[in-house]
Design a protein around this ligand. Structure first.
Ligand code: SF4
Length: 368
């Protein structure tokens, strides 16, 4: 932005700072309303630039305070963004791609296939829409305290745009969030975890979901390319490089699939190895997420007793493993349920609809 002002407009670089504040602190998008800019500069800006924000196609509040937006990204595609308020914090779950090229078996987004990466503007635009809705004023009236890159898409497959958007989230001229309050969640794109470690200090969350390669490959096909040992090594390197940056392992519990005592014991061993490598107690944090069903899925949520049994085994090994409370499931905004409108370039969406029809479910409803 500074370069644009200096090189394209022939203006002082600090003008870029003013524009950033108008857009991200005051949510003003019309140059004519940016009153500390002179008339001539405003005219120049009109001629050379525009502030284009995502169009809200649909928005829905949940009874539990969660809020979901469907945002149009272009004529054909739309993505979902979810705000989850909790005691003392407000977390925004942001999408990085239209659909997802990976094919995690328990994920609703995966059934829609993939269209394209989101631009930096389309990613930070989601934060803008939510922050404006909430009346968030960075540094003063903070309603949006955390951002998690856990919406639609694999953020590390859209590396440059995601890193740039996360910089705006953390910049004082943007949303001013501390590094640890921005979390990138990945299914385990090992080389990109290393690359992220070189350029960013954000918190890392890894979608583990299974403690053995055989099971993980079935649930997260990317595991075939980057098996657990390689993934854990890259997480160790990330944590070593970024002392203080936390690594959280996400484990979605699916009934009779990965919720058995042996799975818990294997997971404990994996987490202990991670701690040992870092010579740090509790370096590996574990989040347990009871599976959130969606139409056509073959998985089910374990009953409460099975969830408690799994958690107890982790607790007995000395590890705190909170069970993530399901939020926004009445508006299909819970973890793993996000679905936008994807002009699919793969055959996955068509196959999913065919499966739904065969099951007697409404493929038309799912497509809508
Ligand atoms: S869980 Fe994440 S990485 Fe896997 S298919 Fe869904 S959106 Fe993609």
């Amino acid at each position: 932005m500074e370069r644009f002002f200096a090189e394209t407009l022939g203006e002082k670089r600090f003008r870029a700072h003013q524009i950033m504040k108008w857009i991200h602190h005051r949510y003003v998008t019309d140059f004519n309303d940016m009153t500390d800019l002179g008339k001539a500069l405003r005219a120049k800006l009109e001629a050379h630039a525009e502030v284009r924000v995502p169009q809200v196609q649909f928005e829905k509040p949940s009874t539990d305070g969660t809020h979901k937006w469907l945002l149009a990204m272009d004529g054909k595609n739309a993505i979902e963004t979810v705000f989850i308020p909790d005691k003392g914090r407000g977390t925004l779950c942001v999408s990085s791609q239209v659909g997802c090229a990976l094919n995690c078996q328990f994920c609703s987004t995966a059934t829609q296939g993939f269209n394209r990466n989101l631009s930096t503007a389309e990613i930070i635009g989601q934060v803008w829409v939510a922050a404006r809705h909430l009346g968030n004023i960075p540094h003063k009236q903070r309603k949006l305290t955390n951002v998690v890159m856990m919406g639609m898409g694999e953020p590390l497959m859209n590396f440059d745009n995601v890193v740039r958007a996360m910089s705006i989230m953390r910049d004082d001229l943007g949303y001013g969030l501390a590094n640890k309050r921005v979390t990138l969640s990945t299914a385990g794109v090992v080389p990109m975890i290393d690359k992220l470690g070189e350029v960013s200090d954000v918190s890392l969350a890894v979608s583990l979901h299974a403690p053995t390669d055989a099971l993980r490959t079935e649930l997260v096909p990317l595991n075939k390319k980057y098996p657990i040992a390689q993934l854990m090594e890259s997480c160790v390197r990330y944590a070593e490089r970024k002392r203080g940056a936390s690594v959280t392992f996400e484990y979605t519990l699916m009934k009779d699939v990965n919720d058995q005592p042996q799975h818990a014991r294997d997971l404990v061993r994996l987490m202990r190895d991670f701690d040992n490598r870092l010579q740090m107690k509790d370096a590996a944090k574990v989040n347990l997420i009871p599976f959130n069903p969606f139409p056509g899925t073959r998985f089910a949520r374990p009953d409460d007793a099975a969830i408690r049994r799994f958690q107890k085994l982790l607790n007995e090994s000395g590890r705190i493993a909170p069970v993530r409370r399901t939020r926004g499931d009445d508006i299909d905004a819970a973890c793993g349920q996000l679905k936008g409108q994807v002009a699919d370039r793969t055959r996955r969406q068509a196959e999913h609809l065919k499966r739904l029809d065969a099951q007697g479910g409404s493929g038309a409803d799912a497509a809508a």
